[in-house]
Design a protein around this ligand. Structure first.
Ligand code: CA
Length: 221
């Protein structure tokens, strides 16, 4: 498994590289946003650990570019900016996870394992169908009629969850727990924002219904 670390603080960069390598990951580090983005797009990675305050390009800019180039690549943000606004911005831009500094290495490793295990588990299935939506799990691509859409990691997880439970109402709380890994309500509309993006990508035929005061349902008929 190959992990790219984009972090400008040499001490943290070295600490991360040692910690990840000890777990058997292959690690390459970049200390600059621009260099990190180039590396991220030019080589194959299983996951990116991304700092936000970076020289060159800041982390959110890197994330935005990376999302359009490689929407399926999981990105874990690691940042001293632990405020809710920045965190939500990161999730809106497609980050898979967010860890505030100072962080514990064990916690980071657990999150990374969860992300990578998720990818491996999803990889076993090939295609999921529900209503008029088809999800190509390996390619992380959704199809509907003639239209196909590349999905970000988060959009993929959300759609995957809705498809596995097609026809059922899935609550926001459950989506926050299963797709975002939150065991609390961040008091924001991250779920709604992500559903809105999915609807835009898939078009109205996808029939992701809002069930008032209950959650969302992917209609099957
Ligand atoms: Ca930094």
């Amino acid at each position: 498994m190959r992990i790219l670390v984009i972090e400008d603080e040499a001490r943290i960069q070295a600490f991360l590289a040692r910690g990840l390598e000890a777990e058997g990951y292959t690690v390459v580090a970049a200390g600059d946003g621009r260099e990190g983005l180039d590396l991220a797009t030019q080589a194959r990675w299983d996951l990116v650990v991304l700092d936000l305050l970076l020289p060159g390009l800041n982390g959110l800019q890197v994330l935005r570019e990376l999302q359009s180039a490689k929407p399926e690549l999981p990105v874990v943000i690691l940042s001293a900016r632990g405020d809710v606004q920045t965190k939500l911005r990161g999730f809106e831009l497609g980050a898979s996870d967010y860890l505030a500094k100072p962080f514990s290495l064990d916690e980071l490793l657990a999150r990374i394992r969860a992300r990578l295990r998720g990818a491996a588990t999803f990889g076993d299935e090939h295609v999921l169908r529900g209503g008029s939506v088809v999800l190509d799990v390996a390619r992380r691509q959704a199809g509907i009629g003639e239209r196909t859409a590349d999905l970000s990691d988060r959009e993929f997880r959300l759609l995957h969850h809705l498809l596995v439970h097609a026809g059922e109402v899935v609550s926001r709380e459950r989506l926050l727990a299963e797709v975002w890994g939150y065991d609390f309500d961040p008091g924001s509309n991250v779920v709604d924002v992500c559903v809105r993006r999915l609807r835009q990508k898939l078009g109205p035929e996808a029939a992701i219904e809002t069930v008032r005061n209950a959650g969302y349902r992917l209609a099957t008929a």
